[in-house]
Design a protein around this ligand. Structure first.
Ligand SMILES: Cc1cc2nc3c(=O)[nH]c(=O)nc-3n(C[C@H](O)[C@H](O)[C@H](O)COP(=O)(O)O)c2cc1C
Length: 196
């Protein structure tokens, strides 16, 4: 077995098995308790000055708000995300509460909270698919986001269904075997000047 595959095998199953599918099962709703637990996970993420700049707007499939969230997506995402059990807009509060200054870590912290939500979802047998393909402008208008709250990413959550529900083109993408950069490309063991 290749070295990098061996290393992957040693990862925690929640990290090893996580991926972003498109074939969500539209017949399986989430309970309010499940939804709350996902946000509870986000709530406990670390953040600069413990500012907790993440903000969420969500709707479950079947609720009227779901259509509003779905309509924010670009067509390529709308094409599959309509089957998700839950759609979330994650957003970031851009300025610190205590002094009104810009919080340059707000996006980073929101990403961390989103990943905590993602791992919690995996632990609950759910899948998450984040999407940058949506209209921030329309999100601000439609959801009436407060000033200094900027949309970051949309998140689809649900149970993975049968890939056959996808059309042919999307089905081709429906695989967890995504490539990754090798460790050497992303990690430098810094050993002083001789590393250069
Ligand atoms: C910030 C962000 C934006 C993304 N935008 C989209 C998107 O608009 N549409 C989509 O299908 N996937 C989107 N993705 C999912 C990525 O394509 C996916 O995470 C990446 O290909 C790695 O695959 P994996 O999550 O299955 O490991 C996005 C992911 C992130 C983190």
């Amino acid at each position: 077995m290749c070295e990098h595959l061996q290393r992957k095998e040693q990862l925690h199953p929640l990290l090893r098995q996580r991926w972003s599918p498109r074939s969500f099962d539209p017949t399986l709703p989430l309970s309010p308790q499940q939804i709350e637990l996902l946000f509870e996970a986000a709530r406990w993420a670390p953040s600069s000055y413990n500012e907790q700049p993440w903000r969420y707007w969500y709707a479950a499939r079947g609720e009227s708000g779901f259509t509003d969230l779905l309509d924010l997506l670009v067509p390529a995402n709308h094409a599959w995300a309509y089957r998700a059990s839950l759609l979330i807009l994650s957003a970031a509060q851009t300025h610190f509460k205590h002094n009104g200054k810009p919080n340059k870590h707000a996006w980073y912290d929101t990403g961390q909270a989103n990943f905590a939500l993602t791992v919690q979802a995996a632990a609950m047998g759910l899948h998450v698919h984040q999407m940058g393909g949506f209209s921030s402008e329309r999100a601000c208008q439609r959801l009436q986001l407060p000033p200094q709250v900027v949309p970051v990413v949309m998140i689809a959550v649900g149970y993975k269904g049968d890939p056959q529900i996808l059309d042919v083109e999307l089905r081709k993408l429906e695989t967890p075997q995504k490539t990754r950069l090798p460790l050497e490309a992303i990690v430098t063991h810094w050993q002083g000047e001789k590393s250069l």
